[in-house]
Design a protein around this ligand. Structure first.
Ligand code: G3H
Ligand code: ZN
Length: 278
């Protein structure tokens, strides 16, 4: 069933559990995510990024409708989230379609402009009952260069939430986007301080680079929505590469897609259980 992303995050935060949020790069990833979440008996968030929509020719509706349909028919709560949208128009379209949350990413904008635009997007979304995530302190790596140096100030984060009315806040605490290795070191002391200052659930971007033990510590310190993309791409592509290398005559995408999807499904189930403290 579909569920409000922020509500799922608030419930997880109250138990100091993580809420897994996984990026849908290919549509079949979402099918693997449903299977994994049902097997784990855990809620899950499907994330569709502005970049992924661009990859699919800029078409939000076909993918978005499929995700909403998959989520609605799942036997666990599913949030459908627009990820890293820098376009206000795209945010409005996702709200109008019935996404359960959107992320307006104004982290590259001058501070005042980020606050004002985020607040306006939040007003639009809230009028439709849709939750909003924003980012304060740009988490690096979106340009492909690993950069874990940004840090979010706890008091600034509290003021940002008050100024904008967002329901979830992404913060910079040592992760970096698009890492294919799992050796990032998070600042758990900073996570605790932000958690104490901010009244909404915290979101970790660039979670692929964080090893299991570091993630468990981060969740205990107060991190809740855990965004993972690259790590799953690594596993999927390794399986596809293995199958193609073993049999260069393969031409049917299902022959390599199936093992790729199976690898994604198994790892998402494992991560959901890890985030739940199992
Ligand atoms: O918003 C998506 C996440 O931040 C994913 O980052 O690809 O480094 O796991 P990642
Ligand atoms: Zn991100």
């Amino acid at each position: 069933m579909l569920a409000d992303t922020a509500e799922l995050a608030r419930k997880a935060a109250a138990k100091r559990e993580g809420l897994g949020a996984f990026n849908v790069v290919l549509l079949e990833f979402a099918e693997a995510f449903v299977d994994a979440a049902e097997a784990a008996g855990r809620p899950i968030i499907f994330q569709l990024s502005q970049n992924a929509i661009a990859y699919h020719g800029g078409r939000l509706e076909p993918l978005g409708k499929a995700l909403l349909d998959l989520g609605a028919s799942a036997h666990v709560p599913v949030g459908v989230h627009l990820d890293h949208a820098e376009s206000v128009d795209l945010c409005h379209r996702a709200v109008d379609m019935g996404f359960t949350s959107i992320m307006y990413d104004g982290s590259k904008l001058p501070d005042a402009e980020n606050r004002a635009t985020t607040a306006a997007v939040a007003d639009y979304a809230h009028a439709a009952g849709v939750s909003v995530e924003a980012e304060l302190g740009e988490v690096g790596g979106k340009n492909g260069v690993h950069n874990p140096t940004a840090r979010t100030d706890p008091q600034d984060a509290a003021k940002f939430v008050a100024d904008t009315g967002v329901d979830l806040l992404a913060v910079a605490v040592g992760s970096s986007h698009a890492m294919a290795t799992r050796d990032a070191v998070l600042d758990t002391g900073l996570i605790s301080r932000i958690k104490a200052a901010v009244p909404v659930p915290l979101v970790l971007h660039g979670s692929s680079g964080v090893p299991d033990a570091g993630m468990v510590d981060a969740i205990h310190a107060g991190m809740t929505k855990i965004n993972v993309s690259t790590h799953l791409n690594v596993l999927y592509t390794a399986e596809v590469r293995r199958v193609l290398a073993a049999d260069p005559a393969v031409v049917d995408p299902r022959k390599y897609g199936k093992p790729g999807n199976a690898a994604v499904r198994a790892e998402v189930e494992r991560l959901l259980r890890l985030y739940a403290g199992e």
